[in-house]
Design a binder for this molecule. Sequence first.
Ligand code: SF4
Length: 54
Amino acid sequence: MNCNANKSIECTVKQCAHHCDEANYCSLERILVGTHEANPSVDQCTDCMSFRKK
Ligand code: SF4
């Protein structure tokens, strides 16, 4: 399978449909990062809103 890895977006979420399996990169041209917290304070408070289940 050919994956168009975006070297500007590293990602380790292999369960995402946009992840390049053989390399830890996202294949999208851009992503949207958001938060599920009212007052984010650590990295765990942020989410990739472009995630799509494989
Ligand atoms: S869309 Fe988000 S979670 Fe999915 S591979 Fe790209 S950066 Fe990772």
